[in-house]
Design a protein around this ligand. Structure first.
Ligand code: NAG
Ligand code: NAG
Ligand code: NAG
Ligand code: NAG
Length: 180
């Protein structure tokens, strides 16, 4: 399994040369919970874009967080093409060093990708607003994609955020994979 995905990853590094953000949507489902003060993709030049998200939180501290990630691929509209991944976000931080299943590997890659751009980089609870600042796509290419063989095309990742079992917010990241 491990070897197979490594081989697929090597192939993929050749097949997919570039990841570009195409859109970003942030929706606060529970308006008493917080407010997205910023949710944007900014183009630096023709090939590079970065993502900025600022979530102002009214109900601090934030704890007991569940995240569901739903990957979708564009094919006459965005459709799920893979399982969704639901996990205990605070538990993920607690088990960071002890769990080594494929699920944990994917989550860790995702976390390693985002970590340097966010203040959500420590274990729960969070006593501050939640920020992702100037996140580049370059890291997605080098880290995350090597485990998942994906053909070129348009994709989205929907992140559904729950605290204490209540749906608070949804963030959708849209991106395009192109060949080199
Ligand atoms: C775009 O900006 C990035 C970051 O500053 C830089 O590394 C890259 O070379 C630039 N690309 C072009 C085509 O100017
Ligand atoms: C997520 O997956 C679970 C089971 O794997 C399924 O019951 C649920 O409907 C899925 N949710 C969405 C939004 O696709
Ligand atoms: C988390 O991010 C903040 C703000 O970017 C930074 O000051 C801090 O050193 C980081 N902490 C860890 C454990 O990486
Ligand atoms: C988190 O919230 C859920 C839903 O209310 C609850 O069942 C669970 O016990 C809580 N977990 C912790 C660690 O507080």
């Amino acid at each position: 399994m491990w070897k197979l995905s490594a081989i697929a990853g090597t192939f993929l590094m050749c097949a997919v040369a570039h990841v570009t953000f195409t859109n970003l949507k942030c929706q606060m489902i529970d308006r008493r919970f917080g407010l997205f003060e910023m949710c944007r993709i900014k183009a630096v030049n023709r090939t590079h874009k970065y993502m900025d998200i600022y979530a102002k939180i009214y109900k601090l501290p934030v704890d007991n967080i569940t995240c569901r990630i739903l990957p979708m691929r564009h094919d006459h509209g965005y459709r799920p093409f893979f399982m969704n991944l639901t996990f205990d976000f605070c538990g993920f931080f607690r088990s960071l060093r002890t769990e080594h299943g494929i699920r944990e590997i994917l989550l860790q890659e995702l976390f390693q990708t985002v970590k340097q751009f966010t203040n959500v980089n420590h274990s729960c609870p969070y006593n501050h607003d939640l920020v992702i600042s100037k996140m580049w796509t370059g890291n997605l290419e080098t880290r995350f994609l090597r485990y998942i063989p994906l053909p070129q095309g348009d994709y989205s990742l929907s992140f559904y955020w729950f605290t204490v079992g209540v749906h608070r917010a949804t963030v959708r990241v849209y991106f395009r994979l192109t060949g080199g």
